[in-house]
Design a protein around this ligand. Structure first.
Ligand code: NAD
Length: 333
């Protein structure tokens, strides 16, 4: 039997604790350490998970020599803290799975992607929304030509997040997921136009709409919001081509294929037994996929939901912010 991958987690807020718990249940992983600058958080996770606690990531890497590190730090716009521990983990030779957004600063994201390339390590981002059986099936429909030539994509996602950290918080922190899903199905985005609004009582652009032109000629629309309480579904993705159209509800609940000119539709519904239990299973699926690819020796450039994908999404969002502030269409650079 192959040895399990030795895994550590840096950053022990709600999300880092979730990563750590999932690794502990994953047959490919052995959780060997946890780290947070905050001693109370590191100690609490250490007690809960039965692994040593650290407050200095560099020291943890030197002592434990892990194969894999999750970087689940946060910070300003949910992304300012990822750079330092990611660079340290890559320097120490770890494969890294970072939280989204890859960074709130494009230049730092570029350095992390370059570092992973130079060190020949796998670097991925937790773009968990498309790590579902329904999403993989929809992707198969696209690659098998069931949609024909792609024409348009419509995506929307809405949750409640009252944090007012920066005017562009919603654009930069929510939409790495949606832009990634759209790029997954339709490829690179070359131009963006963005409009946004502030919900009553809010100071930030808390709801936004984006129009995209893709490099393959496809067009798309994305609407997202940090203003809607949970309780009902939270996202929807529709992709249409010359031969058919699919709709994904919540990315994991249901995928429906509507073939053009044919009255019979195909529906995949999340199975009651053996399917996804809830949204948290997108994390399980995503973390397990990364472990599987690392264990199988997949080339860093072929990693699913890579750092390069995370960077590409963030560049689209940067162009959207420029569009919003200047009131014009912006090419993605
Ligand atoms: N993928 C998803 O669906 C999803 C959902 C929600 C949040 N997130 C992301 O998860 C990340 C974490 O979110 P959170 O709510 O748990 O954040 P948080 O701020 O509660 O926790 C981050 C922790 O990282 C620690 N930290 C920061 N820099 C560190 C360093 N250099 N070394 C060690 N520890 C360090 C902080 O002390 C803090 O305890 C964010 O980037 C957020 O965008 C992802």
């Amino acid at each position: 039997m192959k040895a399990k991958l030795r895994v550590v987690v840096v950053g022990l807020g709600g999300i880092g604790n979730r990563h750590a718990g999932i690794y502990q249940e994953d047959p490919l992983a052995e959780l060997v350490g946890v780290c947070d600058l905050r001693k109370d958080r590191a100690d609490a996770a250490s007690v809960r998970l039965g692994v040593p606690a650290f407050s200095n990531a560099k020291e943890m890497f030197a002592k434990l020599k892990p194969d894999v590190c999750s970087v689940a730090t946060g910070g300003y716009e949910y992304g300012s803290e990822h750079y330092e521990p990611t660079m340290q983990a890559l320097e120490a030779g770890c494969h890294v799975l970072g939280e989204k957004p890859i960074s709130n600063v494009i230049a730092e994201a570029e350095k992390m992607v370059a570092k992973a390339r130079a060190k020949r390590r796998c670097y991925a981002i937790n773009l968990n929304h498309r790590f579902t059986p329904a999403s993989r099936l929809a992707k198969k429909w696209v690659t098998e030509g069931k949609l024909g030539d792609l024409l348009f994509i419509n995506m929307s996602m809405w949750i409640k997040n009252p944090v007012e950290s920066s005017p562009y918080f919603q654009l930069k922190a929510l939409h790495p997921h949606t832009v990634d899903v759209m790029r997954y199905f339709c490829g690179d985005i070359e131009a963006v136009q963005c409009f946004a609004t502030k919900a009553p009582g809010r100071k930030i652009w808390s709801t936004a709409h984006f129009s995209f032109r893709f490099k393959n000629g496809c067009v798309g629309g994305l609407t997202g919001s940090y203003d809607i309480e949970r309780g009902h579904p939270m996202e929807r993705c529709e992709v249409a081509g010359t031969r058919g159209r699919f709709v994904l509800d919540d990315m994991w609940r249901e995928a429906t294929l509507y073939p053009a000119g044919n009255l019979e539709k195909t529906v995949y519904t999340n199975p009651v037994f053996g399917g996804f239990r809830d949204f948290e299973d997108t994390f399980r699926d995503r973390l397990h996929s990364f472990l599987e690819q690392v264990a199988a020796g997949v080339a860093p450039a072929k990693i699913d939901g890579s750092g390069a994908d995370g960077l590409a999404a963030q560049k689209v969002l940067q162009a959207a912010i420029e569009s919003l502030t200047k009131g014009k269409i912006v090419r993605v650079r």
